[in-house]
Write a protein that binds this ligand. Structure first.
Ligand code: ATP
Length: 516
């Protein structure tokens, strides 16, 4: 199935099964704003818990924080967001559609990558086992030609970003005949900068209202509380502060479902270190964060690092962790070495001293910061994209049937088990409810007695429930039930007293934490 179709199906599935709804849908929706439904909220909460515990419980030098969304407006002056939190935008005059100029150029480069990969794929088929990919890439003229073009674009792009040269960005788009996917034309406006922050007013206008911003990142709430947490928590450097919360960006192009939203949620951790040690810690956190992603078992090949072409004004190293979405490898998390930029700026703008006295070094300094910043919603999308499968399976009477199954990691699955009486009589429902009443204190359980057992299994597959427990007449006699495993569909007979242990082993975060 084409990847585009997979994505469309995934979006439809999210709605049909109560994961994600368009915001204000009955009023035709609000662009790039979404609500999480009954299963979506469970999945999202589990992702947040897995992140929070792995940061705050597993590291004795990382503590949490929950700062407000509104902050003093000078925070955003100091952080550079008022003057420089911009994206370069370009409009197509025919379709009237708006694009990010940098994204159009990145997509253009990705096309050359795709062409090269296609050549490699064809050759690999032709040569079989004797295929040497590295040698082929170095010597094949078509691959070399595409590589040269991509590198040309890349070096022009990086220079244009560095020089803030908007005219050159437009020229690249024109020189390589980039067309608007809607109108198919090259009728572009000039590239302009667009500030992504939302603002509103605090207090009544009669009093002279204060213009405040909806935070575009949670990080600044951590920086302005650095001294509060360090002093009251008696924290010693190196240490980190973690926070989960909403962020808002008036994104220019917001067409990829929950990948790019105007209201979204971030999980950020700022790690404060001594000057000169930041790059060592940057490497360390890169490794830790990649391991965290891979621990969920989606497959190592689904992730890669992508170093930034242009470092933000505050950073001396930056990389993204990308996940293979149905629309290509895309950023899920950023890891940035932010130097002492933020704390120094806040020191200057607030007039307060923000330093740390290092007892080991016997001196005071403004700490350096390494940040790990992941979007909850993108993480959510990556898990669904990795988990969504359509399979042909053997149904009733040996006939082929198709099933849609979300092979979500059991630890984050919204519902852990469904308890299903085989029939709605003979005391089976009562026994099933007894099991639910016992296990619901430990796991998110569902009871379902409606429709045939096959249909009930499919419903649970579609929301990613790892275990279905079926109660039959034998259960009444010997207190055993069948447990069906979602991915293999294998069933085994176990005694009711074993259920808690079997399920715990597979769904408990503790087991995964041990490998982090
Ligand atoms: P992009 O280049 O895709 O716009 P970014 O580099 O601006 O992202 P950061 O500022 O590094 O993103 O934010 C950290 C994380 O927050 C991102 O890795 C992403 O997971 C998440 N994020 C950022 N913008 C959005 C958005 N509009 N919708 C959903 N998640 C977002």
């Amino acid at each position: 199935m084409a990847q585009e179709d997979v994505f469309k199906k995934l979006v439809a599935h999210c709605k049909e099964y109560g994961f994600v709804f368009q915001s204000s849908e009955i009023y035709d929706g609000l662009a790039a704003v979404y609500d999480y439904g009954q299963y979506g909220v469970e999945l999202k909460n589990n992702i947040k818990k897995y992140w929070w515990d792995s940061m705050v419980l597993l590291n004795d030098n990382v503590v949490g924080l929950d700062s407000a969304i509104f902050m003093h407006p000078t925070v955003w002056k100091a952080s550079g967001h008022v003057d420089a939190f911009n994206d370069p935008l370009i409009d197509n005059k025919d379709s009237k559609k708006r694009y990010r100029a940098d994204v159009l150029i990145e997509d253009l480069m990705a096309k050359f990558d795709a062409k090269m990969d296609k050549e490699v794929e064809k050759a690999a088929k032709r040569f079989g086992d004797s295929f040497d990919e590295a040698m082929f890439r170095e010597t094949n003229p078509r691959v070399q030609e595409n590589l040269k073009k991509k590198e040309e674009i890349h070096s022009r792009f990086v220079k244009a970003l560095h020089d803030n040269d908007l005219a050159e960005l437009k020229k690249i788009i024109e020189d390589y005949d980039v067309v608007c996917p809607i109108s198919g034309t090259k009728n572009w406006t000039d590239v302009r900068q667009f500030n992504l922050m939302f603002s509103t007013e605090m207090g009544s206008t009669a009093d002279g209202a204060l213009k405040v911003f909806l935070r575009p990142e949670t990080a600044q709430g951590i920086f302005v509380n650095f001294l509060n947490v360090q002093k009251t928590g008696r924290m010693k450097i190196p240490f980190g502060i973690a926070q989960i919360g909403k962020a808002f960006r008036n994104e220019i192009v917001a067409r990829q479902f929950i990948f790019r939203m105007r209201e979204f949620e971030q999980m950020e951790m700022q790690f404060f270190v001594a000057p000169g040690e930041e790059l060592k810690w940057f490497e360390k956190w890169k490794e830790v964060r990649m391991k965290w992603h891979q621990s969920l078992g989606m497959g190592e090949h689904k992730y890669r690092f992508h170093d930034h072409d242009k470092l933000a004004h505050y950073a001396n190293a930056a990389t993204d962790i990308e996940f293979e979405m149905p629309f290509g490898f895309k950023e899920v998390e950023g890891i940035h070495s932010r130097t002492d930029f933020d704390l120094t700026q806040h020191q200057e703008y607030s007039g307060r001293k923000i330093t740390y006295y290092d007892p080991e070094k016997g001196e005071s300094y403004v700490p350096y910061v390494v940040e790990t910043s992941i979007g909850v919603d993108r993480m959510f999308l990556s898990m669904l994209a990795g988990a969504y499968c359509e399979e042909e399976v053997e149904g009733k009477d040996g006939k082929k049937e198709s099933r849609v199954v979300l092979k979500l990691p059991p630890v984050i699955a919204p519902v852990k088990l469904a308890v299903l009486p085989l029939v709605k009589k003979d005391g089976l429902p009562e026994m099933a409810k007894e099991i639910v009443n016992d296990l619901k204190f430990h796991f998110n359980c569902q009871y379902d007695e409606k429709d045939s057992i096959g249909k009930r299994y499919r419903r649970q597959d579609a929301i990613g429930t790892p275990f279905c427990i079926t109660i039959d007449h034998q259960s009444l006699e010997d207190k055993t039930v069948t447990i069906r495993h979602r991915d293999t569909m294998k069933q085994e007979r176990v005694s009711i007293s074993e259920l808690k242990g079997i399920i715990s082993e597979k769904v408990s975060m503790t087991e995964l934490f041990k490998n982090l």
